[in-house]
Ligand binder design. Structure first.
Ligand code: PBG
Length: 328
């Protein structure tokens, strides 16, 4: 057999032959414009977060510096989380809507230093709730829906008043998107968007984040409001409701273990789809890379590309700055 060859009309490898050809036919684009950087702020100096190596709890000034570094690399969107001290936590989480609170201060500081950066905020009570739940806990242990939505509306309004571009309710209470939309509109904030955490699953992947904020539930779990990881049809129901209530974006969270849900959203949604690569997904990669078991840079771009390929327009990821560096 001197020159063995198969009679093939189709040889898919032709499109993979050189870097230029591969670049030309690439289907999924990964660029910093699609990335949102989650940032933690507290009342204290900048300090590393033990449960999430490579991330920090920032002072307001430190955080504004990080926003600037991200913007230089093309990451022009951030989402803010506060690590609140125990003395500010109460059963109704009222610090959530304190107009002089740390989140409003941080929003204002970012907006004055980096007006172009999109400031997103988390709307939920867990950082401020002495029970560590996203909503108010009744004496019998139930997380009450409608009373919670009332507080969430105040929280969203406080963020909008301080200059937030987009509020992101992560609480999973029923009807909160519509109620927040109405509150914002009633107060003249018709331009402030809502990115709804639409399919937020009761996930063990949030563990390191709760360590970062010291916000784990003091008792019980979040299964009566966050979704059952076994369900995806139910996610479509949540999606239809959130869009009908006025959501400007719908989110799936976590991202990597729920790519099928991202895909279902991408096919069915008329608004942009976001996905959140959460703390546990981040930590798994960091831990494996620290042991020398995986190539961190390659894994970061491959996981983010996978989330985009599944259909996410927007990705929230603690790797946003690192990914932007790799891509530049
Ligand atoms: C709180 C909130 C959580 C996350 C974002 N907002 C935690 C939770 O619901 O318990 C998780 C983010 C992450 O794990 O990176 N409403």
């Amino acid at each position: 057999m001197a020159h063995p060859h198969l009679e093939l009309t189709a040889r898919p490898r032709r499109n993979r032959r050189t870097p230029a050809i591969r670049d030309m036919v690439r289907e999924t684009e990964l660029s910093p414009a699609h990335l949102v950087l989650p940032l933690f702020v507290h009342r204290g100096p900048d300090e590393p977060i033990d449960s999430m190596p490579g991330t920090n709890r920032w002072s307001v000034d430190g955080l504004v510096g990080e926003v600037g570094r991200a913007a230089e690399l093309g990451v022009r969107a951030v989402v803010l989380f506060e690590a609140a001290p125990d003395e500010l936590k109460t059963p109704t989480g009222d610090e959530a809507w304190n107009p002089d609170g740390l989140i409003p201060q941080t929003i204002a500081a970012i907006k004055s230093a980096h007006p172009v950066t999109v400031v997103m905020t988390d709307v939920a009570l867990d950082p401020y709730n002495s029970d560590g739940h996203d909503g108010i806990v009744a004496p019998d242990g139930t997380i009450v829906n409608d009373e919670t939505v009332d507080v969430l509306c105040r929280q969203a309004l406080t963020h909008a008043d301080a200059g937030a571009d987009i509020v992101a309710p992560s609480d999973m209470m029923d009807g909160r998107v519509g109620a927040i939309r109405e509150t914002l509109d009633h107060h003249g904030h018709t331009e402030v968007g809502i990115c709804a955490y639409t399919a937020k699953y009761a996930s063990a992947f949030f563990g390191p984040f709760r360590g970062a904020l010291d916000s784990a539930p003091r008792s019980g779990d979040k299964k009566t409001y966050q979704m059952d990881p076994a369900n995806s049809r139910e996610a479509l129901r949540e999606m239809e409701l959130d869009i009908a209530e006025g959501a400007d974006m719908v989110m799936v969270k976590p991202a990597g273990p729920y790519l099928d849900v991202v895909r279902r959203f991408a096919e069915a949604s008329v608004v942009p789809v976001a996905a959140y690569q959460v703390s546990g997904e981040y930590l798994m990669i960091k831990a494996a890379a620290a042991s020398g078991w995986l190539d961190e840079q390659a894994i970061v771009t491959e996981t983010l590309c996978g989330i985009r390929r599944a259909g996410a327009d927007v990705i929230l990821t603690y790797f946003a700055v690192q990914a932007a560096q790799i891509l530049s």
